[in-house]
Design a protein. Structure first.
Length: 283
């Protein structure tokens, strides 16, 4: 990946060395600035555009740790505004090109709006979804901390490893990423599944930590039940960082609640074989 500053259209692709990424993207950082006069803001999202295909998407804070980070800077934040923002952006960016342009111009020109956008910046990359994840992690995600420094969350680690494996197996382009589930559960449900695919049957893949993600596993089990109520043939797999250990009560709890919803559990040590299964079916 190479980042390039400057106005839109300023990327010089002829200067790219062989083997360098050649997809051209533009991105903007979304900021929450409730008091524009004080010029105090915090990053709350990323908007990314593929200059070749015109694909445009946004990712905005949704989880409790992300909201907690914003509240530390702006204790009186408009929680309703931020909770509604992912749904609004998703709907607005699905409009016609003219409708999207008018909406983005409104965000740019409304100085009283609590949601502001940074100037556009260009970058070069290989994959739209991978760049969205990277930009969000760098600019928005609250870092996880431990003694001695900063570490990546286990879920982010699993998702990135899956992206890499799926990319090497040449199936990432056949899959959806960060798949909304509110069509199966309830309108406005912020939960998203890491990957989705369809080839005769609908399938989903999501990362779950056996060591520290019992709450996430419960959300996945609930989501799986709601999805299966609509489509009994759906395939759902949970990718874990390690294999479940016999006698470990946390591991047994997670595997039991996922197993009750027919969620296949695949430890990271077996993910290459799992990806090959998908490749044979999707290609």
């Amino acid at each position: 990946m190479s980042a390039v500053n400057g106005p839109p259209g300023s990327l010089e692709l002829d200067a790219i060395a062989p083997g360098e990424p050649k997809e051209t993207f533009r991105y903007r950082i979304l900021r929450y600035a409730p008091n524009v006069e004080r010029d105090e803001w915090v990053n709350i999202g990323v908007m990314l555009e593929d200059t070749r295909t015109g694909r445009l998407a946004a990712r905005v804070v949704e989880s409790d740790p992300e909201f907690a980070r914003v509240m530390r800077i702006h204790p009186d934040l408009d929680r309703d505004l931020l909770r509604a923002l992912p749904v609004e952006l998703n709907e607005r960016l699905r409009g016609t090109p003219d409708e999207v342009r008018v909406y983005l111009d409104k965000l740019d020109q409304s100085l009283s709006n609590a949601v502001q956008m940074s100037a556009r910046r260009g970058l070069l990359g290989d994959n739209f979804d991978a760049e969205m994840d990277r930009l969000y992690r760098v600019h928005v995600s609250p870092p996880s901390k431990r003694a001695g420094g900063v570490v990546q969350s286990v879920h982010d680690f699993i998702r990135e490893k899956l992206s890499d494996v799926f990319r090497r197996r040449r199936i990432l382009g056949r899959m959806e990423t960060r798949v909304r589930v509110d069509g199966f559960t309830h309108h406005g449900d912020p939960f998203r599944l890491d990957f989705g695919y369809q080839n005769g049957v609908r399938g989903f893949v999501h990362g779950v930590s056996l060591k520290r993600d019992a709450a996430q596993a419960k959300v996945l089990a609930y989501t799986a039940a709601r999805i299966r109520a609509r489509d009994p043939s759906v395939e759902i797999a949970a990718i874990t960082e390690i294999a479940a250990e016999p006698g470990n009560t946390r591991h047994e709890f997670i595997t039991e609640i996922l197993g009750e919803q027919n969620v296949r559990i695949v430890p990271m040590s077996q993910v290459e074989g799992f990806a090959e299964e998908l490749r044979l079916r999707l290609n």
